[in-house]
Design a protein. Structure first.
Length: 256
């Protein structure tokens, strides 16, 4: 579910929303931090979250911080999290519902940050609230839609969530409220968005392929036994390796 076996081309084709968001993260980072273009820096100033400005009527700042990041490491870490945990949910919900969930969680994270201290004059930005919203949907699955997620992936989600919350409270310069309210936002919209959802299956997202070379493709759990690398045997180690990498990046960057 969280082990990416798609090629780069397949990833772009199967998960267009996640691909677009990741591309947008780095596109804006290049414009703002690498090239330092004047209009891009103005765009950042115009879009960064500042509660006092929201209080004065600049309500777009509840949305725009979702797509901005404070440097390469921040953008990289959030994009890595999105690539790891977003595709399965995009396939399960569909593009439209995934966009609704992502924006709702991100906006709710920024709104929660605002209502707690509306007069605050500090900047906050990043996709972390929306990504915590993804975890919120998964947590709802773990608790109330167990048929949509197996035990192994449930454990991965809960471990990552606990680590993420722990680092949110222990690392400096973290918008804790954005993370918590983003998580709540994702959990809150999950009942509506998951009504017709089906468990993730890579075979369900295989688009049109030539019948001569792909006619044998079916949802056969023993298919991997024919591979040189037994993915069932080593897949969990790869996943936990990614989790360790995720934690190390977070500790190094302080951007979670």
């Amino acid at each position: 579910m969280f082990l990416r076996t798609e090629s780069f081309k397949e990833f772009l084709k199967f998960y267009p929303v996640v691909s677009f968001l990741v591309g947008l993260h780095f596109f804006l980072w290049i414009l703002i931090d690498v090239l330092g273009l004047g209009f891009a820096r103005d765009l950042e100033s115009f879009g960064v979250g500042v509660n006092l400005f929201i209080l004065q009527g600049e309500y777009w700042r509840l949305v725009t911080p979702i797509f901005l990041h404070s440097g390469f490491t921040h953008a990289l870490f959030n994009s890595f999290s999105l690539v790891l945990f977003g595709p399965a949910l995009e396939q399960m919900l569909g593009k439209g519902k995934f966009i609704v969930m992502y924006l709702a969680a991100g906006i709710f994270g920024n709104f929660g940050t605002f209502i707690v201290d509306p007069d605050a004059y500090y900047a906050h930005l990043g996709a972390s609230g929306a990504i915590f919203g993804i975890f919120g949907v998964y947590v709802y699955m773990v608790l109330f839609r167990k048929h949509l997620i197996d035990q192994a992936n449930s454990q991965i989600i809960m471990v990552i969530l606990i680590l993420g919350l722990f680092m949110s409270f222990t690392r400096p310069n973290i918008n804790i409220l954005g993370h918590i309210f983003g998580l709540i936002g994702g959990f809150a919209v999950a009942p509506l968005l998951l009504r017709r959802a089906r468990p993730f299956s890579i075979w369900q997202v295989r688009a049109q392929r030539t019948s001569s070379t792909r006619s044998d493709i079916s949802f056969d759990p023993n298919r991997w036994n024919q591979k040189k690398l037994p993915m069932k045997k080593y897949g969990k180690y790869i996943i936990w390796g990614l989790i360790i990498f995720l934690v190390l990046v977070a500790l190094a960057s302080g951007s979670f």
